[in-house]
Design a protein around this ligand. Structure first.
Ligand SMILES: [Mn+2]
Length: 309
């Protein structure tokens, strides 16, 4: 039957596993020392509850002085005494939030170091003033970070969320992990059971299994619930730390310009199952405007091809 054959050929072509695999160019000079023993399951120098405050004005130079000496260009770090269990790309979607980024870097770098991760920080900056697209910036971060290093775990973090306990490990688990479970803004309570926004961690395999995020959520809201539904449709569960370890402080802010609530988000959430195989990492299209290496991060400015108007 010709028609059936055509449909099955089409299905094969759109399978995310085949087209989504980004090119990995491992840099031999950057491969972790094979001679080191693996790091322990529980990092030995964690502090537990952290003091976090956003009242001071922190400059980027303050942060460089504070954590810079231990970092390699591009916000890269790896423990020197043991071989890290995971290679983690921390992806931060961004536009016009420099003060938030300073705070985030000030608190996160020491935490990630104490957690003995082999990690890099990628700030993905949306160019221009078109509608913001958080989810597409996440997909771009996944793609761009993999061009630099053979990362196997991806932490996607909003720039205004700082953990209040360093036992909340920025690593991947057997199931996609939601890290920001108890945010002060929501009175330290999980707002609803399927929530998957804020800070999340997915292995490369988990991310590709759902074809990444949707690229088509413009403006605020919905993209995180869409990813949550993708995970569910692919038979995965959400893993979480307990509500004490998973506490976060959010930097207070008003609504960003060009990030109004997306009026289509409810409708789009009814279509996740229909769209997820064709809208995601396998359909990602963007233009890199600039890649700038700071000691504290890799800053990737991208044109996300926002719709006109
Ligand atoms: Mn926020």
């Amino acid at each position: 039957d010709r028609k059936l054959f055509f449909i099955s050929a089409l299905n094969r072509e759109t399978k995310p596993e085949e087209s989504a695999e980004p090119t990995v160019r491992p840099n031999p000079t950057e491969s972790p020392g094979r001679s080191l023993d693996p790091c322990p399951d529980v990092p030995p120098n964690l502090r537990g509850v952290l003091h976090v405050e956003f009242r001071t004005n922190r400059t980027l130079q303050d942060v460089r002085n504070h954590v810079g000496p231990l970092l390699q260009l591009g916000g890269r770090y790896r423990p020197t005494s043991c071989r890290a269990k995971q290679k983690v790309a921390v992806i931060v979607p961004f536009r016009n939030r420099s003060q938030h980024l300073n705070h985030w870097l000030y608190y996160l770098h020491p935490v990630l170091m104490r957690q003995q991760l082999d990690y890099g920080v990628y700030v993905i900056n949306q160019d221009g003033d078109g509608a913001f697209n958080r989810a597409k910036l996440m997909n771009i971060g996944f793609n761009e970070s993999l061009k630099e290093y053979d990362y196997d775990c991806f932490v996607f973090s909003d720039v205004d969320l700082v953990p209040l306990d360093d036992r909340n490990l920025y690593r991947c688990s057997d199931h996609p992990r939601h890290l920001s479970v108890a945010v002060d803004k929501f009175n330290f309570i999980l707002p609803y059971a399927t929530i998957f926004g804020g800070v999340t961690a997915l292995s490369k395999q988990q991310f590709l299994k759902v074809n990444g995020f949707s690229n088509t959520f413009w403006g605020w809201g919905g993209e995180d619930d869409d990813l949550s539904q993708r995970l569910s449709y692919r038979g995965m569960f959400i893993s979480r730390p307990d509500s004490v370890t998973g506490r976060y402080k959010m930097i207070k802010h008003g609504r960003d310009s060009h990030n109004d609530p997306n009026p289509n988000r409810e409708q789009k959430l009814t279509e996740t199952y229909l769209n997820m195989d064709t809208d995601g990492i396998n359909s990602l299209s963007y233009t890199v405007r600039e890649i700038r290496k700071d000691l504290l991060y890799t800053f990737v400015t991208v044109d996300v091809q926002a719709p006109a108007g």
